[in-house]
Ligand binder design. Structure first.
Ligand code: NDP
Ligand code: 2IT
Length: 443
């Protein structure tokens, strides 16, 4: 058995019932084989065994009182996966599906994603099985305060810097920041995605979606193509989806869909992005309301967004939302490029379908790195107690995404896997972390 296969089989035996973590580790480690084979020093230093074991996993009780005076208890998580290249950095997810395996898959991905940004940030992730949907602002506030009352002792501007993810946006970050400041007395950049009046960075709200489109545009340009005139299918209707739609539209594409966990909208004229921003971010409504605003559009309950004919697909909802059959449907309908806005939205089988059919495939850890990259820019601004203009941050974000794109293309070619950007991104992200770990001794 090869070294990589041994580490993977031990990992699966040691961490049963964590299928998402197994999946993420399998994708990364399998594609690292050429690098691992060429560098026996990694095996001698048990580098992969150390890489797949989080430095620290914190699980805690989050009690809070709902609007009816009833006591509720949720579970909180923070996995501090790897600090070789900087303080732990990664989002917090509030969704009823959250469990340790999901946080570990996200934290593991974050290590390599953060490395790809070129900025000094380690990998971490956290969250809770709390469901913000249908909760009042006061309930969300009480939950966030209780969550932070435990989390604060584990984080800090130079220790671990959480941010948003599914179910955690500006509102939640604000409440958590307030509680951190109240408990510690510190006014420091301990969270990113903050409001603009208390240390937030311009462009952070747009960054993941914009960054996704910047990277995919560069990947297309590299093949003499672009977003201009293309039909784009987007899943999700949250932070990443909406700003990806906005930037793709600005580049001359027509975005024809959004989706949420209940159904999807198909709007052949191109989606009304301003309406969806107001619907989802201000009114916190459901996509099913879209057709009352625009009767010519279609709303369909359930899944099915990947059956819409398109040139480019941008999955921006959640993990494993594209399975093998969905990938085949996209290929059959002539899709030429896929950019992963969500984390691990394609199953391993779906990725194979894309790679085997010549679809340009930008994997999540490269494609959605713009969010965390801009978080790192927020950290820089907080440290120097200054704030940069929108244009300044946007230009830096664009430069970072272009760099990541060429890094993934070049590493793939260098290791004999031309146009396999999954391998390219994994190898590029890994090499920096591996070098730092090797230099720092057995820790
Ligand atoms: P939001 O909470 O803003 O939006 C999530 C969207 O995805 C909603 O439309 C939601 O629908 C849908 N969704 C969530 N879970 C499911 C599910 N199980 N099945 C179907 N639809 C679902 O989150 P974000 O836009 O921030 O995150 C989207 C993805 O992007 C995630 O994978 C996240 O990890 C990733 N990401 C986010 C970054 C960020 O900066 N925010 C950075 C990098 C990656 P509904 O409202 O019905 O739940
Ligand atoms: O998955 C991700 O990269 C994020 N949710 C953003 C993390 C961050 O720290 O900005």
């Amino acid at each position: 058995m090869s070294y990589v296969d041994k580490v993977l089989s031990d990992l699966i035996a040691k961490n049963p019932a964590q299928p998402e973590f197994h999946q993420a580790a399998t994708e990364v480690l399998t594609s690292l084989k050429p690098v691992i084979d060429a560098n026996p020093k990694f095996q001698e230093a048990a580098l992969l065994e150390r890489l797949v074991e989080p430095e620290r996993q914190i699980m805690f009780r989050v009690p809070w009182i709902d609007d009816n005076g009833k006591v509720q208890v949720n579970r909180g998580f923070r996995v501090q996966f790897n600090s070789a290249i900087g303080p732990y950095k990664g989002g917090l997810r509030f969704h009823p599906s959250v469990n340790l395996g999901i946080i570990k898959f996200l934290g593991f991905e974050q290590i390599f994603k953060n490395s790809l940004t070129g900025l000094p940030i380690g990998g971490g992730k956290g969250g809770s099985d709390f469901d913000p949907k249908g909760k009042s602002d006061n309930e969300v506030m009480r939950f966030c305060q209780s969550f932070m009352t435990e989390l604060y002792r584990h984080i800090g501007a130079d220790v671990d810097v959480p941010a948003g993810d599914i179910g955690v946006g500006g509102r939640e970050v604000g409440y958590m920041y307030g509680q951190y400041k109240r408990i510690t007395g510190l006014y420091e950049g301990v969270l990113t995605g903050k409001g603009l009046t208390f240390g937030g960075s311009l462009v952070r709200t747009e960054a993941t979606g914009y960054g996704l489109v910047y990277l995919v545009e560069e990947m297309l340009n590299n093949k003499g193509n672009s977003f201009k005139g293309k039909t784009v299918v987007i899943s999700g209707a949250g932070n990443v989806a909406v700003y990806a739609a906005e930037k793709a539209t600005q580049l001359g594409a027509k975005v024809v869909s959004f989706s949420d966990s209940t159904g999807y909208v198909y709007d052949a004229d191109g989606v009304d992005i301003e309406y969806v921003k107001d619907l989802k971010f201000t009114r916190r409504g459901r996509l099913s309301e879209y057709t009352s605003h625009k009767p010519s559009a279609e709303y369909h309950e359930g899944k099915g967004v990947w059956n819409i004919k398109c040139d480019i697909a941008l999955p921006c909802a959640t993990q494993n939302e594209i399975n093998e059959a969905d990938a085949k449907a996209l290929v059959a309908n002539g899709c030429i490029a896929v950019g992963e806005g969500a984390n691990m939205p394609s199953t391993l089988e779906a990725i194979d379908v894309f790679l085997n059919n010549g679809v340009l495939f930008a994997p999540a850890k490269a494609a959605n790195a713009g969010g965390v990259a801009t978080s790192a820019l927020e950290m820089s601004q907080n440290s120097e107690r200054l704030s940069w203009t929108f244009e300044e941050v946007d230009e830096k974000l664009h430069g970072i995404m272009v760099n990541i794109c060429h890094n993934m293309i070049d590493r793939a070619a260098e290791y004999g896997m031309k146009d396999n950007y999954v391998a390219g991104a994994n190898i590029a992200g890994f090499l920096k972390v591996a070098d730092a770990m090797m230099s720092q001794g057995i820790v």
